[in-house]
Write a protein that binds this ligand. Structure first.
Ligand code: IVH
Length: 671
């Protein structure tokens, strides 16, 4: 065997390794169904790296080792698209989608059968990838549609963008693939947390994070960012004809691209509308942001006949979801004091409708967040309300500033009780022992379902009781009289009686619930039950040593310290004595056995605000054998509606699903 032949054999061997690695990349990143272990994959990769180090002349651009090869650029070059990248006209109303369907049918003639392909509208950035003979050659942004930026070296670093088409498909001389680069939501949150920790600028949303990451001049930075790519169409193609969009997606998937699993085909526009609703209901479960669906005429011949007007095709439309973000103005910034004394800055807004709900306040989280976003009184801001989470100020439109905006300074004393505040990391906390804001929150917690479970004591009642000095701690509730209650605003005989009854009933409870109700920092329901398992009664818990506490599995130093601190506090002893005097009497274990399965097999959907945290409601349902799901379907047993319910209520009514309110729900879970 001559030297040349040996080299040929090595070349073939290297080629074979590359093929294998490309294939396993595809299984892992695109399909999420790896066939080999990480260790086996790493071994293949390392073999290839070693061979390439030995024979650098055999390195090719499409080798899997070459994703992050290039050096940082001074600036991006431009890239001219061979076929303009169009945009979509978009609608939000059902009637407008029907009109789109009518226009299409009118243009094609009423006799003709029409099929639509529906895809999610990914909220990312449009890209074009050019493959020559199956090898990735260039990648660019959409730009103005005609000319974009050449960001080839950054796009190469994205693992779901194949460096070459899969080997068993015949490569085409030219294939221009179009799609969307995005950042998965979970990864976006991790990235932001990491940037925050390092004191670096964070991104407002996954789309901005994707945009900022894909336009880095140093491809190593892009490579370190969790970007992903979904394809949804083609540019210029040489060597193959397609007769339908569906066929295009099928082909793209076969040659190694990621196509959304949510893609569907429909013939009736009614079904498209139904699917829009279904996708909207499920959008929060997706790990990427979508802002609607895209409806495309499937047949390419029909697409060609329909053509394009200005810069959007007549054969496709974006059917968007109602916006979750709106602009509004910050009227004021106030501070809320929570149960643990944390001071949260809150923006008071000019009321604005977002997704069918009026938003008047939005959280600014903490001082660091407020500074980072530089929110000032008078600013025009973007407010986001996603699903059931608390509305949040996302960003400030600084160009709208007129000069009169006022910066906000966190108070150095508690705005409610005037006590000093202490800064713990980004959190500012009131250390006042008799702060009424904290007291109200503590009592709210004390009476809540998973704690003492006292019905009828809503936050309005608690607020009045505290403000009128009728209670100075949670135990005082048990000494309230009918007369005390009747003096409150909007309190009838019946409600007062019910409250007294509920108070009486709650006295017989479990040790673990009492511990939880005390509201010791870092002691949630789970830790409370651990403590109840390890101590016979409150006296034992009160005198527990730090050493003993940390010896309990799952109890760490921070929790232990917090427990000790709680029992050292002046008010605690008095509180416990009062509870005892009131006759609060607990058993070691909760009798759950008999009601354990009452919700067996039942599914619940929650919509709107209820007075207990969503997580809590969910765990009650689960503990009783039921299941909480996020979207309403015919299979849903109950939809629990709180204040300001969303579209789920309408859907429940439409499907004839039983709708109950919070009280009915509470009654049910207590059964
Ligand atoms: S099709 C001719 N399909 O939405 C059709 N676009 O204004 C052109 N987008 O720039 C695009 N998901 O960035 C299409 N499934 C999808 C899409 C999608 C997101 C974006 C894309 C485009 C914009 C349309």
């Amino acid at each position: 065997m001559g030297a040349g032949e040996g080299k040929e054999a090595i070349k073939r061997y290297i080629e074979d390794l590359r093929k294998k690695i490309h294939y396993h990349n595809y299984r892992y990143y695109v399909l999420d169904e790896p066939e080999i272990s990480d260790v086996e994959y790493d071994r293949l990769f390392k073999d290839l790296e070693e061979l390439e180090a030995k024979y650098p002349e055999l390195i090719t651009q499409d080798s899997p080792t070459q994703r992050v090869g290039a050096k940082p650029l001074e600036e991006f070059g431009t890239y001219e698209h061979s076929i303009p990248m169009l945009s979509l006209s978009s609608v939000t109303q059902e009637s407008e989608v029907r009109e789109f369907d009518e226009r299409v049918r009118r243009a094609l003639g009423s006799e003709e059968a029409i099929e639509y392909v529906v895809e999610p509208k990914i909220d990312g950035l449009a890209m074009e990838l050019v493959y020559e003979n199956g090898v990735f050659r260039a990648g660019s942004t959409r730009g103005d549609g005609k000319t974009g930026e050449n960001i080839t070296q950054n796009l190469r670093t994205i693992k779901t963008i194949p460096l070459r088409s899969l080997s068993d498909a015949l490569p085409l001389p030219l294939l221009e693939v179009r799609g969307e680069v995005f950042m998965p939501v979970g990864k976006f949150k991790e990235l932001n947390a990491e940037l925050g920790k390092r004191g670096m600028k964070m991104f407002a949303n996954p789309r901005n994070a994707a945009a900022g990451s894909v336009r880095q001049l140093d491809p190593r930075v892009t490579a370190s960012r969790p970007l992903d790519f979904f394809t949804y169409g083609l540019g210029l193609v040489d060597g193959k004809e397609f007769s339908s969009h569906w066929e295009i997606l099928d082909y793209l998937q076969k040659v190694g691209f990621k196509v959304s699993p949510l893609v569907r085909r429909f013939t009736a526009i009614e079904d498209v509308i139904k699917y829009h609703e279904e996708v909207q209901e499920g959008r929060d479960e997706l790990d990427y942001e979508i802002d609607g669906i895209v409806v495309k005429v499937n047949s390419i011949a029909q697409q060609d006949r329909l053509g394009t007007i200005s810069r959007s095709p007549r054969w496709a439309i974006a059917y968007k979801f109602p916006a979750r973000e709106e602009f509004t103005r910050v009227k004021d910034i106030v501070v809320q004091v929570g149960r643990t004394g944390a001071l949260t800055p809150v923006a008071v807004l000019v009321p604005v409708q977002i997704g069918g709900v009026t938003v008047r306040r939005a959280t600014l989280h903490n001082e660091d967040e407020l500074r980072r976003k530089d929110v000032r009184v008078g600013d025009t801001v973007v407010v986001e309300r996603a699903g059931d989470v608390i509305p949040e100020v996302v960003s400030v439109i600084k160009s709208k500033r007129a000069g009169a905006e006022r910066e906000f300074k966190m108070p150095d004393r508690c705005p409610v009780c005037g006590a000093e505040v202490l800064k713990e990391g980004p959190i500012v906390r009131c250390i006042g022992v008799s702060c009424t804001a904290q007291l109200k929150e503590r009592i709210n917690h004390f009476v809540s379902l998973r704690a003492m479970n006292i019905d009828g004591l809503g936050d309005k009642v608690i607020e009045q009781l505290v403000d009128r000095n009728k209670v100075s701690d949670a135990a005082d509730l048990f000494f309230l009289t009918n007369r005390d209650l009747l003096k409150l605003e909007r309190m009838g005989e019946k409600s007062a009686r019910n409250i007294l009854k509920a108070l009486e009933k709650s006295k017989q409870t479990t040790f673990s619930r009492v511990i939880h109700a005390l509201g010791i920092r870092h002691v949630g329901e789970h830790t409370a039950s651990l403590l109840a398992d390890n101590f016979s009664d409150m006296d034992a818990l009160r005198s527990a040593s730090y050493e003993y506490l940390v010896s309990i599995p799952e109890i760490g130093p921070e929790v232990a310290k917090s427990i000790i601190l709680f029992f050292e506090q002046k008010g605690t002893k008095e509180l416990l004595e009062k509870l005892e005097r009131a006759g609060v009497w607990y058993e070691q274990k909760e009798k759950v056995a008999e009601d354990e399965e009452v919700l067996e097999g039942k599914t619940f959907v929650f919509t709107g605000r209820i007075s207990m945290p969503r997580e809590e409601a969910k765990s009650v349902v689960e503990r009783l054998g039921g299941k909480e799901v996020s979207s309403v379907s015919k299979k849903t047993d109950y939809v629990v509606v709180g204040e300001d319910p969303g579209s789920k209520l309408a859907k429940a009514k439409k499907l004839g699903v039983k709708v109950i309110n919070e009280q009915e729900f509470r009654a049910m879970v207590k059964a």
